[in-house]
Design a protein around this ligand. Structure first.
Ligand SMILES: Cc1ncc(COP(=O)(O)O)c(C=O)c1O
Length: 348
């Protein structure tokens, strides 16, 4: 099959962050202690037993990655080995079987390759979002692990997470609700962390913010993260800081940004607890980063009954965020040399 000839007629640059049904998804079943081979399927529905532990007890985890088209047509993944590792960390935490690296990569690559027609072209500002997931299925009633699991990978072409294309300045509202307990599951990408965040996001949006910002749940003093992104802050002395916390998702984007900032942009970087109320005066620029959010500058934060402007008028992209964003995105799209060895090409 010459998949390359038939790109879909989509208005790529108008895409938002919504599910678009593509042609194929990859599915593999774990049964009797063993993973099956797995295969591409076309049905976008999963029939699961009504007692499935994924449905009742949130025995499930997932990942989020993107494939981008380079200018020369190569299809690039960004550090997929780290997504594989993070999925297995979550699997272990929730008593699910690990997905072997080979199966994870094969599932991702087959889903991307089979849906070549849906991969947004270079320069469109859109990309192919990849959602690997691992769910506990099969018949169950009591609180115990599933005896059967499905590893599935589906893909969807997506545009920017926060409406406007490119670098959209966003605002955050500190949530009165906690996301994750200090020794809970906050550092794992498990669905259980997100259902509780829906109301927090709704409340933040009612205040006019794009997203909720969570403080540490033990004391409500230190910045944890946003609903679906980690936080980075440029302090007035030029240091790039990011919260040290056991309750946040270890973002692959953040880890990459910190490394780019240190090694390529010559910035001093620190990972340490950041106390919101006592340190905000020292914030020069702030950003929310993640696979979906990429790097969105944060202009304002709402807490203690008022808005606090971080940078300029709260609507302007700061120079450091612009520079970091450009460096990251150029690397991910293959526009510049991958000196870190972070890109993984999917052979079409
Ligand atoms: C809660 C949360 N924090 C941070 C991130 C960012 O992680 P990554 O950069 O690995 O996508 C995500 C996912 O995108 C997330 O859901």
């Amino acid at each position: 099959m010459d998949a390359k000839v038939s790109k879909k007629e989509l208005n790529w640059s108008e895409l938002g962050f919504q599910y678009v049904k593509t042609d194929f998804r990859f599915s593999a079943i774990h049964r009797d202690g063993e993973w099956g081979e797995g295969a591409l399927v076309s049905d976008d529905h999963i029939a699961v037993h009504e007692g499935a532990p994924a449905l009742h007890y949130a025995q499930q985890c997932f990942e989020g990655m993107k494939a981008q088209t380079a200018e020369d047509g190569r299809i690039l993944l960004f550090r997929p080995d780290l997504n594989s590792q993070r999925m297995n960390d979550a699997a272990t935490r929730l008593l699910m079987p690990e997905v072997p690296r080979e199966l994870f990569m094969r599932g991702v690559e087959e889903a991307v390759r089979a849906n070549y027609a849906w991969i947004p072209p270079y320069g469109s500002g859109a990309s192919l979002y990849i959602r690997p997931m691992l769910i506990g299925v099969g018949e169950n009633l009591g609180l115990k692990p599933a005896r059967q699991f499905e590893f599935r990978v589906f893909v969807s072409p997506v545009g920017p997470y926060y409406k406007e294309a490119g670098l959209a300045v966003i605002s955050l509202a500190v949530s009165g609700m906690d996301r994750a307990a200090p020794k809970g599951t906050g550092s794992f990408k498990v669905g259980a962390n997100y259902a509780g965040g829906l109301l927090a996001t709704r409340k933040a949006q009612e205040l006019g913010a794009n997203e909720a910002l969570y403080l540490d749940s033990a004391e409500g003093r230190f910045i944890d993260e946003a609903g679906s992104a980690n936080i980075i802050i440029v302090m007035k002395d030029g240091t790039l800081v990011t919260p040290a916390s056991r309750a946040i998702l270890p973002s692959i984007t953040r880890r990459s940004i910190m490394e780019i900032a240190r090694t390529e942009l010559g910035m001093k970087t620190e990972e340490r607890p950041i106390e919101l109320r006592t340190e905000i005066d020292q914030f020069e620029e702030m950003g929310a980063c993640g696979t979906a959010a990429v790097l969105s500058p944060v202009g304002r934060i709402y807490f203690d009954d008022e808005w606090h402007v971080i940078h300029k008028d709260g609507k302007t992209v700061g120079p450091v965020m612009q520079k970091v964003y450009d460096s990251l995105v150029e690397l991910q799209k293959g526009d510049r040399e991958d000196r870190f060895g972070w890109l993984h090409e999917v052979e079409i």
